[in-house]
Design a protein around this ligand. Structure first.
Ligand code: GLY
Length: 353
């Protein structure tokens, strides 16, 4: 078992262990102890693993899958379900699922009686490598994704790569979009350990596609250690943490223009990374060999092709991004091998690009 301590204002650990799902269930139960709890569980996970995760029916809130479920209406339902179960502020909410379940249950936990313990059990690759740790919670609004949310760290994260065996290919690949992001920003994460994730990805591509348990465990560990290093230094995203948005500004614009329906998040992140490399090349931050190298690595993961959208239209969406003041946008661009930095780019410049 790997334990990664997270030293944020409230400290907790991320545990990574390949273990039978029922053993994980016992761990969750013993962690919760004698607190009351409810479990927000993704419908798919409930169907596949419900028998191995025998939480009482009365405490299960089964959440339909899909980004559109991450909304205020479901948040209110979760809060009321917790009230119906008579949870006090000393009890707990457990999330078992992907990023949607985690972000939504985390948001509900952060406001339930002004904050209740929150336990994350991620079951998708994207949630394992990125969203389950670090304390970002959110719901979507009709104006865009994650526009309401809080920073609220979980009390513990239990990661079990065994869940990933049954993930459908597209969902699995969307997680790889975030993994590739970590490879290109590794050196900027200021972690005191060196992993060379770029090499790890090149050398283990086949095993990653085969979902080899050992390789997946190591891959998740590397991404979480990089993320934790960043989050510990900048928990509330006032500076360094913004590098985790590498590829995301473009990705959010494409997701919005396509109504969050056509592509998965990771597919758009992979395209956003390519866009950032092109922009960095134009600004002479990198040379063309590094760009070709990066494109080759991304190609190995065979992400779904993204249609080319009018940059003027995308730029208008970026103008409304959380990282924009309306005229300029804080863009994360590659600056050297495995490094990225933040640059302010004019919306006009992006329109013209
Ligand atoms: N997913 C990016 C972050 O947690 O900051």
């Amino acid at each position: 078992m790997i334990e990664i301590p997270v030293k944020t204002a409230s400290e907790y650990s991320v545990f990574i262990e390949n273990q039978p799902i029922n053993d994980l269930f016992q761990k969750i139960i013993s962690f919760v102890g004698n607190k009351k709890y409810i479990v927000v569980i993704s419908e798919k996970v409930e169907k596949l693993y419900g028998k191995l995760l025998p939480f009482d029916k009365s405490v299960k809130f089964i959440l339909k899958d899909g980004e559109k479920e991450k909304n205020f209406s479901n948040c209110i339902k979760i809060l009321e379900f917790a009230m119906k179960n008579k949870l006090t502020r000393f009890d707990a909410i457990i999330s078992v699922g992907g990023g949607v379940a985690g972000d939504l249950a985390g948001f509900a936990s952060s406001i339930y009686m002004r904050g209740i313990d929150f336990i994350q059990v991620p079951t998708t690759l994207l949630a394992c490598v990125d969203s389950s740790a670090g304390g970002k919670t959110a719901v979507n609004t009709k104006f865009g994704k994650n526009l309401a949310g809080t920073f609220y760290q979980p009390r513990v994260v239990f990661i079990n790569p065994k869940f990933l065996k049954t993930l459908d290919d597209r969902q699995y690949k969307t997680g790889l979009g975030e993994v590739v992001k970590y490879a290109f920003i590794e050196k900027s994460c200021q972690c005191n350990e060196e992993f060379n994730l770029i090499n790890f990805l090149s050398e283990n591509t086949d095993k990653i596609f085969e979902r080899d348990e050992k390789i997946l465990k190591r891959l998740i560990e590397i991404c979480i250690r990089l993320k934790v290093s960043v989050v510990e230094k900048d928990e509330k995203e006032n500076g360094l943490r913004r590098i985790l948005n590498f590829g995301h500004t473009y990705a959010h614009a494409v997701e919005k223009i396509t109504n969050y329906k056509k592509y998965t998040h990771g597919e758009t992140v992979a395209e956003g990374i390519k866009f950032a490399f092109e922009l960095a090349l134009q600004k002479n931050l990198i040379d063309k060999n590094y760009k070709y190298f990066a494109f080759d690595l991304i190609k190995k993961f065979n992400f779904r092709e993204i249609e080319k959208y009018d940059t003027a239209k995308l730029a208008q969406i970026m103008r409304l991004d959380k990282k924009s003041d309306g005229k300029k946008i804080k863009f994360i661009l590659p600056s050297d091998y495995s490094r990225a930095e933040e640059l302010e780019i004019g919306i006009d410049e992006i329109t013209a690009f």
